[in-house]
Every structure is written in structure tokens, then in C-alpha cells.
Design a binder for this molecule. Structure first.
Ligand code: F0G
Length: 355
């Protein structure tokens, strides 16, 4: 049967009716890939998987939430949606609004969103409002303006977003045949870690999984409110997707971390970039910097023994590497590129000299 998106697939667990017009771009159903080379080099027996959410239609996990949020906005008669965003939510909002035939307004921090995400918000025809501030300022403004203007908020404070995003946990359980022992995620607003926990506990309660995973949330050192135990006023990190100091799902994340016996940890920008590069070079998997932090976390905790040998671990790679070409290219040595004349002789030489 043709795959028509996660709402159709998980209809029984989502708040939609037979009459609901579904706004979908075929999101979900993303690959769960077992890492081979990195664990082998480390000499670990941990089963390490990545859930490649960058392969969603707009290149990030946000599509899972956006299909639900826009479907419900349209169902309620909304003609416009609004969000604050570090980039991926704005890309998804712009695309799903285009699909639905409604307007999207997106507030983004000026100069602090990755090029691919900006291109997406622009080409899908959303109205882009750049603010001289960060995501947290934008989020506050979105909440205020939505009280006056006829717009539906599609940030993760919209409960339908998390309903859609919980389906990632369903897919993982179905694919593995059980819940993993550990699930590692990058944490910004903490919406996604909250949604995953909802998904895992829902399937556990329904008897579709015998256990729930330990939930591990990783942040960038310059934007790590869960490590400091309080909001951060001027968050800063190269991983712009998670450049957030005032997580909207603060209480939920603390609660689920405790319930699952989980923990939070933070990584420097250098560690984040090194992990991004390692995944591209050793496994052939290209994710954006924020996403790599889930693998950085898993590897640190495997090395230290906090994640014991023999465990199964899933890391969510939240966004595709193509979202942020500038950061990728900046990490590479462009002088290593070889420029030649279009002759067999020169091309042959270039190959033989570099075998
Ligand atoms: N990874 C990526 C690639 C993201 O874009 C985000 C959040 C996260 C991780 C963190 O997820 O907020 O649910 O904890 N991006 C939002 C945006 C804030 O506007 O695109 P979270």
C-alpha cells in the first residue's frame, strides 16, 4: 500500500476523525540505521542506531509535528499559522502552509539561521519577520501577538505538534521489535524529547513494548539551561538549531528525565562539529550540527560506561546536513580540492597522486 504519511498510519492514536482533511507531505517512516564503523573502532558491543529524521520531506523531524499542527489549524478554520524558529520549524511551517493553501508567518533571529532553512522559508512563500533578538525573544512575541491576530501558533507549545512527533517512538519500537534501552536526543525547547517519551510510554501502556528507554538529553555548552538548572539569557552555539535559553517544555523534560532515570549533558561547539564530521566520514551520514550532539552524547556515555556494553541505543539525527552548508564547508579544507585542465593526463595524475 502507498505510504501516505504518519497521520494515516497512526490514525488510531492521533486526535483526527474520518472527516479531517489531512495535510501531509508523506512525512515519517524514516530509516533506522545501525552504525557499523564507529562502534567497531571503539570496540564496543553496544548496538548503536540512528533514526535519520533528516530524511523527512523538509529535512527535519519538525514535519512529524507540523502535519498534525497544520491539519488541526485547517480543521479549526485557521487561515494563517505563526511560529518563532531557529530555522527548521519555519521551513516546515512554510511548506505545510503552502500545501494547505494558508499563510505562514515566521519569526527568525536575524543572521542566526542556517542558509538552507532560510532558503526553504523564502521559497515556500512564508512571510519572514527577522528580529534583532534570539529564539526566546521570538517565542515570547509569538505568544503575545497570537492573542490579537487570527493566527494559530505551530510551535511545540501547540499540543498537536507533540502528538505528531511521538510517532517516531512508535516507528522505532516497531522496527526493533522492542524499545531501545537508551534514547539520545539534542535538546532545545525540549518538545521532541517530551514527544518521544509520550510515544514510548503510550506503546508501553498498550502492551506494544515491554519497557521504556532511559531518556538522555544533550545540549550545547553555550545554551545548556538543563545543565545549569536555570534559564540562560544569551544562548550561543554554532548549532543554531538549539540556540535556546528558555525551553518551552521545561517542566515536562525535567519530569520525564527523572521518570526514565535519564540525564542531561552538554558539549562544546568543537565536540559537536567533530562528531558531525566523524559521522559523515566514517558512516556516510550527513546531519546538521545540532543533530550530531545526540551521537556525541551516546559515544561519551558508552566510553565512560554510563551506557553499559550490550545495550541498545537510538540517537535521533534531527535534521539533514544540507540545512547548513556554510558550517559544513567551513569545516573542510577547500585547498585540498584539485584544479586541473580537462585533459586525461592531468586527471590521471590527480588520481594516482592521491590513491
Ligand atoms: N535539532 C534540530 C535540528 C532542531 O531544529 C531542533 C529545534 C532541535 C534539535 C531541538 O528540538 O526544541 O524539540 O528540543 N528546532 C526548533 C526550530 C527550535 O525552531 O526549528 P526541541
Amino acid at each position: 500500500m502507498r505510504y501516505t504519511g504518519l497521520i494515516d498510519k497512526y490514525r488510531d492514536t492521533l486526535p483526527v476523525s474520518d472527516n479531517t482533511r489531512i495535510i501531509s507531505l508523506g512525512e515519517g517512516n524514516t530509516p533506522l540505521i545501525r552504525l557499523e564503523n564507529i562502534p567497531c573502532e571503539m570496540g564496543t558491543q553496544v548496538e548503536l542506531y540512528i533514526k535519520y529524521e533528516g530524511l523527512n520531506p523538509t529535512g527535519s523531524f519538525k514535519d512529524r509535528g507540523m502535519t498534525m499542527a497544520v491539519t488541526k489549524a485547517v480543521e479549526s478554520g485557521s487561515k494563517a499559522i505563526i511560529c518563532a524558529s531557529t530555522g527548521n520549524t519555519s521551513a516546515a511551517a512554510a511548506a505545510y502552509a503552502a500545501r494547505a493553501g494558508i499563510k505562514a508567518f515566521v519569526l527568525i533571529p536575524e543572521g542566526k539561521i542556517a542558509l538552507g532553512k532560510l532558503a526553504q522559508a523564502m521559497i515556500h512563500g512564508s512571510t519572514i519577520i527577522q528580529i534583532k533578538g534570539n529564539f526566546d525573544d521570538g517565542m515570547q512575541l509569538v505568544k503575545e501577538v497570537a492573542e490579537f491576530a487570527p493566527v494559530s501558533i505551530v510551535n511545540s507549545i501547540n499540543p498537536f505538534r507533540l502528538q505528531g512527533q511521538k510517532t517516531a517512538a512508535f516507528e522505532i519500537i516497531e522496527e526493533l521489535g522492542h524499545a531501545p534501552d537508551y534514547h539520545c536526543l539534542p535538546v532545545g525547547n525540549a518538545g521532541n524529547i517530551t514527544a518521544h517519551w509520550m510515544g514510548y510510554t503510550e506503546y508501553h501502556e498498550k502492551g506494544k513494548a515491554d519497557s521504556t528507554p532511559v531518556m538522555l538529553g544533550y545540549q550545547a555548552e553555550g545554551a545548556a539551561p538543563f545543565i545549569h538548572g536555570s534559564r540562560v539569557h544569551n544562548p550561543e552555539t554554532i548549532a543554531t538549531a538549539i540556540r535556546i535559553g528558555n525551553p518551552q517544555s521545561w517542566d515536562q523534560a525535567l519530569k520525564l528525565s527523572k521518570e526514565s532515570n535519564g540525564w542531561f549533558d552538554a558539549f562544546s561547539d568543537e565536540e559537536i562539529l567533530a562528531t558531525q564530521k566523524m559521522l559523515t566520514e566514517k558512516e556516510g551520514i550527513f546531519c546538521e550540527p545540532a543533530s550530531a550532539i545526540s551521537v556525541a552524547g551516546a559515544l561519551r556515555d558508552i566510553k565512560s560506561g554510563k551506557i553499559p556494553d550490550g545495550s541498545s541505543v537510538v540517537c535521533t539525527l534531527t535534521g539533514h546536513g544540507l540545512k547548513d552548508p556554510d558550517t559544513a564547508i567551513a569545516q573542510c579544507d577547500t585547498s585540498a580540492m584539485i584544479n586541473v585542465n580537462p585533459t586525461l593526463e592531468e586527471v590521471k595524475k590527480a588520481i594516482l597522486n592521491n590513491m
